[in-house]
Design a binder for this molecule. Structure first.
Ligand SMILES: NC(=O)NCCC(=O)O
Ligand SMILES: [Zn+2]
Ligand SMILES: [Zn+2]
Length: 485
């Protein structure tokens, strides 16, 4: 049974054009005029775009003494309803190590996911075991390793551990990812505000100023350069971090930066709200910043110094947030956004002229598909690509509300925001998995794991250059050596 999407305008990262799209099985079979198929999907007055890829989620993540409430079932369904057809989640190893954690994540994802998915593996320590396990993780089809420079005493790694892991990534053809905040300074500032008698969520933001993020971003970039590996900085929230990335890219370093839809649109005033719960629900790391930082992030997306918009979807219920009622350090860090990323970015980005439609596609899908080495299977509208597509209707609108969201948590940090532009249909590998106005249900278990091969090109280029420019002993003949010493 073939399908044809008819009457729409194809919007890709590089161009916009009128065409029909023929789908056979799970893939795009042809793109052209007057195509026919067994089933017709109406895209009149709509745009056809590659499905979104959210490279930063934490579904059912054990964290800060609790577990993120969003399940793989609710989270991937929320993603599809908002136009995101693939998520990349972080596997966080426990005491039993990387491979056991991978098995745990697989158990949850394979049973529940209705969208396609992949994983990043976290490196939270360093040992010979981890060195070997990283090779097995790459063989499994995971080419990215995450490093936390914050969360001292739990997930944080030190510079020597990070350098060792980055070198291992270089050898394996893998890409290191970094949560860049100086964890030592954060811990000291947290203590300072507790001692000063400020236990509320506003102190979460005070203890994580932009400087701690800028310093760590710069340090991560320099460590990556020393190790001869590209690096990807997650949740870039401020000008200091963006500046470090921009500077490095100008020098020819392969550095990527990922702002979140939350940091682009919500600001630090949220933490001053007199309602404790309102502020606590917005506690995430890094925290929301002021308008100047937001302008910097938007500019970076347009200029290409920042490449990807993600969500860092780590959704905790209001009840879970009360774990930090007396001490902001215990409020589980994280907010949601999977369902709203594309509509909010369209509304605040494309509708305001901050982004073109093609840039929207680039930062929600195509750029990350390239960075993760899954392009053009994902992130593209090309014959042979997976038919992960969104029929995007710019006239559909809604007011975001926890009352009608797919996410299972009891609030939404974008509550009350009016969005224009939503999926009329979302297709995942050729299946229509979301239709606006129909009460579609999730289809747990239909999502597939997407294998990601190592990156030969960039890592080889970097290691070749490192080899050519490596320090070498100077060969000196006897006549140039001191005599009789
Ligand atoms: N971002 C956040 O606050 N929570 C999720 C874990 C992380 O990415 O740091
Ligand atoms: Zn993080
Ligand atoms: Zn995260």
């Amino acid at each position: 049974m073939s399908k044809v999407i008819k009457g729409g305008t194809v919007v890709a990262a590089d161009r916009t054009y009128e065409a029909d799209i023929l789908i056979e099985g799970e893939r795009i079979a042809a793109i052209g005029q007057n195509l026919s198929g067994d089933t017709v999907i109406d895209a009149s007055d709509a745009y056809i775009m590659p499905g979104g890829i959210d490279p930063h989620t934490h579904l059912e993540m054990p964290f800060m003494g609790t577990t993120a409430a969003e399940t793989w079932e609710s989270g991937t369904f929320a993603a599809l309803s908002g136009g995101t057809t693939m998520v990349v989640d972080f596997v966080i190893p426990g005491p039993d190590g990387m491979l056991a954690a991978l098995e745990e994540w697989e158990g949850r994802a394979t049973r529940q996911a209705s969208s396609d998915y992949s994983y990043h593996m976290a490196v939270t320590d360093w040992s010979e075991q981890i060195f070997h396990d990283m090779g097995k993780v790459v063989d499994h089809g995971i080419n990215t390793f995450k490093h936390f420079m914050a969360y001292k005493g739990s997930l944080m790694v030190n510079d020597d551990e990070m350098f060792a892991s980055f070198q291992r990534c270089a050898a394996l053809g893998a890409l290191p990812l970094v949560h860049a905040e100086n964890g030592d300074i954060v811990a000291a500032l947290q203590q300072k505000y507790i001692d000063a008698g400020i236990p509320g969520p506003e102190a979460h933001a005070y203890s994580r100023p932009p400087e701690v993020e800028g310093e760590a971003t710069n340090r991560a970039i320099m460590i990556a350069d020393a190790a001869g590996v590209p690096v990807y900085i997650v949740h870039v929230s401020c000008e200091q971090s963006h500046e470090a990335i921009r500077r490095a890219r100008q020098k020819g370093m392969r550095v990527f930066g990922e702002p979140l839809i939350q940091h682009l649109t919500l600001d630090e005033s949220e933490y001053q709200n007199p309602d404790w719960m309102h502020a606590a629900r917005r506690v995430m790391s890094p925290p929301f910043r002021d308008k100047n930082h937001q302008d910097s992030l938007w500019a970076g997306l347009a200029a290409g110094s920042l490449q990807v918009v993600a969500t860092d979807h780590a959704a905790f219920t209001s009840e879970q947030k009360t774990l930090g009622l007396d001490d902001f350090r215990k409020i589980p860090n994280g907010t949601g956004g999977l369902e709203d990323r594309m509509p909010v970015l369209w509304t605040r980005g494309v509708e305001t002229g901050r982004l073109t439609m093609n840039e929207f596609v680039a930062v929600t899908s195509t750029n990350i598909a390239r960075i993760l080495n899954i392009y053009p299977q994902k992130g593209a509208i090309l014959p042979g690509s997976d038919a992960d597509l969104v029929v995007w209707d710019p006239k559909l609108s809604k007011t975001i509300s926890a009352g009608n969201q797919k996410s299972i948590i009891d609030y939404n940090v974008f509550e009350g925001i009016r969005v224009n532009g939503m999926p009329r249909y979302t297709l995942s590998r050729g299946d229509v998995v979301w239709s606006h106005g129909q009460n579609d249900q999730p289809q747990p278990g239909r999502g597939k794991f997407v294998k990601r091969r190592p990156f030969p090109a960039v890592n080889q280029a970097l290691s070749k250059w490192k080899e050519i420019t490596a320090p070498r002993a100077v060969t000196r003949s006897a006549e140039h050596m001191p005599i009789g010493v």
